[in-house]
Design a protein around this ligand. Structure first.
Ligand code: NAD
Length: 305
């Protein structure tokens, strides 16, 4: 496998918490990876693992067969690929036929806009946001939630398999982003209500661990009760048990719920619980917990911790 992969040159743009380990997994699978990030320390970190580095995104994509991006938000993706006054478009710098895979979580409308521009430049593009967090990025077990042309996905499959273990094709360009937002909206609501339920039980004198164990095998079970329980001390490996560090940031959840709200408004869909959850995570940010794991939202609902 490593031998075959070496014939494919990959440019990787955005080496943060997710992109860094993803690029390293591509190198492990035998791909030739040239990466770029605006942060010098992010570049330094991946260099140790055999990832080649470039001095600009334009230099990174020179001669690449596949370009992968893992950037914070819509504006970064649009600016990079489409350019603006001073910034030249990266799409224009790629050779015809290059496959572009954007793994960032962004607005479906932005994904569609960039995909249309890519097509106009003779490039194939898919949106492939991920689920699985930093642990999944490191272990190479991410889930890719894909939108775009099925033929482009087939071309991307081996590369995605080197970074993840599940691939779901949800439909045309932007559909991966819509599906990702639906999943994260459900997650945001479930986490908040799980925290609320445990807080209610504790206020009535219940042991949070006993309550969570019962819920984890009952109808209130979810990822929030079983894997990322929001109450400190219930699950040893959950962010709640290490001061809410090292998980999925409150502000990233807030961003995703904002994108869900935009997507709902665009077509007049009601999302009453999603909007309520968005406000809870905004309140949690205002309480100074924007950088902490999103399960810290439980602190708004309980005063005994
Ligand atoms: P991050 O902030 O850690 O990393 C983003 C990186 O992009 C930074 O290193 C930044 O310097 C770089 N960057 C920004 N603009 C750039 C440009 N023009 N060229 C090159 N590099 C540029 O973010 P992250 O946690 O890695 O998340 C990336 C994306 O993945 C986000 O859209 C996020 O919502 C999504 N996501 C994150 C998680 C998670 O658990 N962290 C889980 C699923 C999805």
């Amino acid at each position: 496998m490593a031998q075959n992969n070496q014939t494919q040159r990959i440019a990787f743009l955005g080496l943060g918490n997710m992109g860094g380990p993803m690029a390293m997994n591509l190198v492990k699978a035998g791909y030739l990876v040239t990466a770029f990030d605006l942060s010098a320390s992010a570049l330094e970190k991946v260099r140790e693992y055999g990832v080649g580095t470039a001095t600009s995104a334009h230099q990174a994509v020179e001669g690449a067969d596949v370009v992968i991006s893992m950037l914070p938000a819509s504006r970064h993706v649009e600016l990079l690929y489409l350019g603006s006054g001073d910034e030249p478009s990266l799409l224009a710098a790629m050779r015809e036929g290059t496959l572009v895979i954007d793994c960032s979580t962004i607005a479906p409308a932005s994904a569609q806009k960039v995909a249309r521009a890519a097509e106009a430049h003779g490039l194939a593009m898919i949106d492939a946001p991920v689920s699985g967090g930093t642990a999944g990025a490191t272990a190479g077990t991410l889930t890719f939630i894909v939108g775009g042309n099925p033929a482009a996905l087939e071309r991307a499959r081996d590369v995605l398999n080197a970074m993840g273990k599940n691939i779901f094709h949800m439909g045309a360009a932007g559909a991966g982003q819509v599906a990702k937002l639906c999943n994260n909206m459900a997650l945001g609501v479930i986490m908040a209500v799980t925290g609320e339920a445990i807080a209610l039980g504790v206020a009535h004198g219940l042991d949070p661990k006993a309550l969570s164990l019962m819920m984890a095998v009952s109808t209130g079970r979810s990822w929030a009760t079983e894997v990322c329980n929001p109450w400190p001390g219930v699950l040893e490996n959950a962010p709640a048990s290490r001061g809410y560090s090292g998980g999925f940031g409150n502000d990233l959840m807030l961003k995703d719920l904002g994108l869900a709200a935009e997507a709902a408004m665009a077509i007049g869909s009601p999302i009453p619980l999603g909007e309520l959850a968005r406000n809870l995570y905004a309140m949690n940010r205002h309480a100074g917990r924007g950088e902490l794991d999103f399960s810290s939202v439980v602190k708004l609902l309980a005063n005994s911790q």
